[in-house]
Design a protein around this ligand. Structure first.
Ligand SMILES: [Zn+2]
Length: 276
């Protein structure tokens, strides 16, 4: 078997969450793929889903998968119409950037939604554009991937420019900041904490509180300063679509039956903003 739990002889990083795995920590080593996985991403008592398990998932019931980008597109239409009416503009006059950005955002979600649907067909359940109501807080989760590796909470971003993570300071005072082009965009990761918390609060009552949850900012069209197309800022993974597919497809311990049960639970607890 290629997968072994051992005490690392060298410093490394986890292939899934990119957390550092210093020498002598206990972690999984895949001698074929030459990859390390930390014990948060793959618990010590991990048992991979057996090869004899069905390789394609039966469709979970009842699951409303939602429509990627639907609520951002509706917000764009509403604001564009209001703006045109108030300013007496015709349909082909240009709109200001704070309105067109909703259209760009919807396009990014549609693009990533299509990619995820294709990439995870038969291996994971993908839900789109979910409503989150958490006390007085309201918001949206762009995409949820329920995979054997865990739950991936994905925010789609469509920005031009190079994605870069700059580390400043030393040792424990070190901070990581996210830049897109010349602009500091670290505030993008701030919204991810309560999205993950909303997912966690639905998993716990099912006895699935141990399933790892990964918040992800996925840049659909940006260039990358890191060759790996991956970085981590305040516990949030910053990934390209291809990299997201490769890490979320890692072998995991969530069985197909549990994946379907989780999909059903998340689909009703975080309803589709717009049904398909
Ligand atoms: Zn990890």
């Amino acid at each position: 078997m290629a997968l072994k739990i051992l005490n690392l002889r060298y410093d490394g990083t986890c292939v899934i969450c990119t957390a550092p795995t210093p020498a002598s920590t206990c972690a999984w080593w895949d001698s074929v793929r030459k990859e390390i996985t930390c014990t948060r991403c793959r618990p010590i008592d991990f048992e991979p889903v057996p090869a004899s398990a069905p390789q394609t998932l039966p469709p979970p019931q009842p699951v409303e998968v939602g429509v990627a980008g639907a609520s951002a597109a509706a917000t764009f239409e509403r604001r564009a119409a209001n703006h045109r009416r108030r300013n007496g503009l015709s349909n082909d006059e240009a709109l200001p950037q704070h309105i067109t950005s909703w259209d760009t955002g919807a396009g990014g979600e549609q693009q990533l939604g299509q990619f995820l649907d294709d990439a995870f067909t038969g291996t994971a359940v993908v839900l789109h554009d979910r409503k989150v109501v958490n006390g007085s807080k309201r918001g949206n989760i762009d995409h949820l991937i329920i995979a054997s590796s865990g739950i991936w909470v994905v925010d789609a971003k469509k920005y031009c420019g190079v994605v870069d993570v700059r580390n400043e300071g030393v040792w424990k005072w070190k901070t990581s900041d996210l830049y897109v082009g010349k602009r500091k965009k670290s505030d993008l990761v701030d919204g991810m904490g309560w999205q993950s918390a909303a997912v966690q609060s639905l998993l716990e009552p099912m006895g699935m509180g141990e399933v790892p949850i990964y918040p992800v900012l996925c840049f659909v069209e940006s260039d990358w300063s890191h060759r790996s197309n991956a970085a981590v800022v305040d516990g949030v993974l910053v990934l390209s679509p291809d990299k997201l597919h490769s890490v979320a497809s890692q072998p995991g311990w969530v069985q197909p039956g549990s994946m379907n049960a989780i999909a059903t639970q998340l689909s009703s607890g975080l309803p589709a903003a717009v049904p398909r």
